[in-house]
Design a protein around this ligand. Structure first.
Ligand code: 5GP
Ligand code: MN
Length: 332
């Protein structure tokens, strides 16, 4: 049975899940879909593995999102009792951290809506389109497939638009299609206030975040010798000094990538139990492959993430060695 038949079957107990360190697309798609499924008469909860950044907390329904890390018992119960689980913006159970076990064991029908490469086979149904700039765009497609575009209200439109804008670098990445703009146009026709979404997403900063940006660009940004790679790293002590909160470091890596002549950039951040990496690249340099090979990660060709359980110092040295090798191998 496909998901469209499944949804018509009965009033479902639905759990919408998204990935660890949820971003604008994870939260935007989840909340847009939440409002849509409620309108369709279902009982819906949104669950994420850990906290989401403050810059998306204004989205309608954000206050109802449950976090596995904070509410393990309640979240596990909801997952166990659900009849339908949606997996949004992730392609593999490894992306939802400790929540993976509970989701894997649940008997609920599982449906994936995602745009990452190489989706693994843990769902009963999937809408996986790796050419889509965002999962949010696929949420629009889902609603369109259901002939329900007229149900789109400002809550649904804001969620979809937030996901598209954040994952497409404000409509500038190669992943943007003509369809992406047509969807944005349709959302505006349906009453979306796009300027207000942009302002709330991008034009609100804490003073410490701006100081962190200044420090990172002035003191930490460097370009490697011999390879067109720019690096920004941040130690735990530095994160604490700038009172870094979830989302505060988002976008730093793009500054590194914008250095003239640079083709690949990395942001390396020391966490409590691991070192987290954010990769970005231009053109044909596949950072998802690089991250998959050396940093247990993945993502998209020009934007990927990964991690290493080691000290910051060792991770930086390891990265520098492997990235030189990566560029040498590309020349061959
Ligand atoms: P970001 O650098 O913004 O955290 O992530 C960039 C892209 O890489 C996103 O599409 C994200 O889903 C993916 N990504 C980030 N971290 C990981 C990771 O640890 N594993 C995998 N497979 N993908 C990641
Ligand atoms: Mn996404």
């Amino acid at each position: 049975m496909n998901i469209y038949e499944k949804l018509k079957q009965e009033k479902h107990k639905i759990v919408i899940t998204s990935h660890r360190s949820p971003d604008g697309d994870a939260i935007g798609s989840s909340l847009a879909f939440y409002h849509y499924l409620i309108k369709k008469g279902h009982d819906v909860s949104v669950i994420v593995p850990d906290a989401f950044p403050n810059f998306i907390s204004w989205l309608s329904g954000a206050d109802k999102i449950l976090t596995y890390e904070k509410d393990e018992e309640k979240v596990s119960e909801l997952i166990n009792e659900s009849t339908l689980i949606f997996c949004l913006d992730y392609n593999d159970l490894s992306r939802i951290g400790n929540m993976a076990d509970v989701v894997a064991k649940s008997k609920a029908y599982k449906a994936m809506i995602d745009h990452h490469l190489y989706p693994s086979d843990f769902c009963d149904w999937k809408l996986s389109d790796t050419n889509s700039c965002s999962t949010a765009q696929l949420i629009y497609t889902f609603i369109e497939n259901e002939n329900d575009l007229d149900l789109i209200d400002s809550n649904i439109a804001e969620g979809i638009y937030c996901g598209i804008v954040t994952d497409s670098g404000s409509f500038r990445f190669p992943s943007v299609q003509a369809k992406t703009h047509l969807i944005a146009a349709d959302l505006i026709n349906r009453g979306l206030n796009h300027a207000s979404v942009h302002e709330r997403l991008f034009d609100v900063n804490t003073l410490t975040r701006l100081h962190l940006l200044g420090f990172s660009l002035n003191e930490k940004l460097r370009v490697m010798n011999g390879v067109p790679v720019a690096v920004i790293d941040l130690s735990k002590e530095e994160s604490e000094r700038f009172n870094v909160k979830k989302g505060d470091t988002e976008g730093l890596v793009n500054y590194a990538l914008s250095v003239e002549g640079v083709k690949m950039a990395v942001f390396i951040r020391e966490d409590t139990d691991r070192v987290k990496m954010s990769f970005r690249s231009k053109g044909d340099i596949a950072v998802n492959e690089f991250s998959g090979k050396y940093f247990s990660g993945g993502g998209h060709k020009n934007a990927a993430g990964g991690m290493k359980e080691d000290t910051l110092e060792n991770t930086i040295a390891f990265f520098e060695e492997k990235v030189k090798l990566f560029f040498e191998e590309m020349k061959e």
